[in-house]
Design a protein around this ligand. Structure first.
Ligand code: PSU
Ligand code: MN
Length: 313
């Protein structure tokens, strides 16, 4: 693998990923925090496998990224996926903690920020997840803004997501993405999605509706030396979204509960996602699964189109 400045014993690639990267065929990066901290057990493992299969069925190779015993894994075996899904010592890790976890030989699930960093290092251009981190509600008091945003300001990766999690301040997050030079395009609409909800109520400037159009944008960004990320926001069809009234009620309760339990920092997001799961009796899990699988599918189609652009005449 072409990782000039990296010690090769710090990285481990699956055969499938390594072969695809060498051949220049499509690869889609997948994050692991969604598996360890975003979805309940045991469904988390089932979803992780389904997402990988979806990427393969669309002609790309899945590269789920995580750290096991201090080694960065680009692509996981079934047993490694299982470890990330079931071990209790897997730490939710953003970029700032990567070095510590690696040196301490720990187990880490990587967030959008850390996955973007490692995917880019490995030469992967397309990444699929559920929802981006962003500016939390009441960030004016807590200063809680996800490192996903600053990471995307520095990493030229295309990330397919269903907007930012609806537990966040969507408007403020879009303002920050603008400041940070992160491109934002909605797929098939101009209404920015609200994760569990199809429409956050905010209209954005750009809409594209074909993976080849997205690959063209990626190619143009490369030729213009733009070093920030591109967000492809992929809304759920309205028929598949969580009931908006139920969503609003559960979110209000969850935010109050998090406040009264003094949940802060990186524990807020997993706490609220777990609250949604329990308070909607599993409905949010069905929607969340649908979101991730659909995003993986679109990401694979974009990776296929992009590899055509990169290797074409
Ligand atoms: N979206 C989901 N589930 C998740 C996350 C996002 O549907 O588990 C994770 C991602 O890994 C994202 C992280 O990078 O939450 C953001 O956490 P924070 O808000 O603490 O930055
Ligand atoms: Mn945070």
């Amino acid at each position: 693998m072409n990782l000039p400045n990296q010690k090769s014993d710090q990285f481990s690639f699956t055969k499938e990923v390594s072969a695809a990267l060498h051949a220049g065929t499509p690869v889609v990066a997948l994050e692991s925090t969604i598996i360890s901290h975003g979805l309940p057990r045991p469904e988390n493992l089932r979803v992780a496998i389904e997402v990988e299969e979806t990427v393969r069925s669309r002609g790309a190779v899945p590269a789920t990224i995580a750290i096991l015993e201090g080694r960065v894994h680009i692509g996981l075996s079934q047993d490694e996926l299982e470890q990330i899904a079931t071990r209790d010592d897997v730490i939710k890790t953003s970029i700032r903690d990567l070095g510590t976890v690696a040196a301490r030989k720990g187990f880490a699930a990587t967030t959008v920020a850390a996955t973007s960093h490692l995917a880019n290092l490995a030469g992967i251009s397309v990444f699929a997840t559920g929802g981006l981190g962003g500016v939390h509600r009441h960030a004016r008091e807590s200063w809680d803004e996800s490192a996903d945003l600053t990471a995307l300001s520095q990493i030229p990766i295309t990330i397919v997501c269903s907007g930012v999690k609806s537990i966040l301040d969507v408007g403020a997050t879009l303002e920050r993405l603008e400041t940070l030079n992160v491109g934002v395009v909605v797929y098939g609409s101009r209404q920015f999605p609200g994760f569990f909800l199809s429409d956050s109520g905010i209209t954005v400037d750009w809409s594209l509706s074909d993976p080849t159009e997205i690959a063209d944008v990626m190619a143009a960004r490369r030729s213009l030396s733009i070093r920030s990320g591109l967000v492809i926001a992929h809304p759920l069809p309205a028929a598949n979204q969580l009931d908006p009234d139920l969503h609003d009620q559960v979110l209000t309760e969850g935010l109050e509960l998090a406040d009264s339990k003094k949940i802060t920092g990186k524990y807020v997001t997993p706490f609220l996602l777990d609250h949604f799961h329990r308070a909607t009796h599993g409905q949010s899990l069905v929607v969340n699964t649908e979101i991730i699988v659909r995003n993986a599918e679109l990401a694979a189609r974009i990776a296929v189109a992009d590899s055509g652009t990169a290797t074409g005449p």
